[in-house]
Design a protein around this ligand. Sequence first.
Ligand SMILES: [Zn+2]
Length: 320
Amino acid sequence: MTQVTRREAILSATAAATLGLVGPLEFVAGAFADEARNKGFTTYKIGDIECTSLYDGIWKKKHDDGFIRNASVDETKTALAKAGLSTEFVPIEFTQTVLKTGGKTILIDAGTGGQLAPSAGLSMKHMAAAGIDAGSIDTILISHFHPDHIFGLMAKDTNEPIFPNAEIIVPETEYKFWTDPALIEKLPDNRKGLGTRIQATFPTWTNIRQVNNDTEVAPGVRSLSAFGHTPGHTAFHVASGSDQLMVVGDIANLPALFVTNPTWQAVFDADPATATATRLKLFDRAIAESAVIAGYHFGFPNAGTISKDGNGYMFEPAAA
Ligand SMILES: [Zn+2]
């Protein structure tokens, strides 16, 4: 059996209290994180709101020169090694969040649906393991329309809706961008299929609701403009009592690269300058407000605390 090693540290009293913990909190190190991935879910509380992180899996992305606009493959590998990660590939992981608030069960982002990478698509299995019936989900909040966030809404070959009885709440700006019929010819070739698929499905579904940004979308949950990664990319701010959680979607990809080096620009960011400004702004807000932060690509567990660290930031996942 693999020996479990844990790096122990004392969290600030505020953050520990926010996560419902008393006393020392063990931050997650390699072997423990592997245990959490195998289990497939973790739970924590924000005030009265029950939160569950669901692990959807990993895309072991090959290194390529175009991945980060302003960092080389060598610099990328150095940053991965510094974080104790393998330099063989870029570990892009996917983690969704479920909230139970005001009698509603809310899923944030829909996962890959097993349609992107062979080692991803596990979130429905892990949802069941966490005791959450997929049929009981009342609301799905979508941060943006990239495949890893919406393919879990639609069946692989038929596009049949996977959650026909849930209300799917989407950012109006994002919806208008992707459903513009004139868009397809303007998209780069590697995004045309995505645009076509969105236009073949979403406008025909009656359970989609567009919302403006910065509005309440569920009890204690507000949408938060976080543009740049895509034109309408949206984060979600969760509050209960004095506790806060920011579910920040893709304002940053994996922490080892983009939290440590917040000005590095992944090729996935549609508007790199705006994406960078958004990243810095929301990191600083999470620090100022002692909010727990959860990123879709922050590994697993994906919720924890963020702090300033030299020229960048440091994300510390919490074993909640
Ligand atoms: Zn993503």
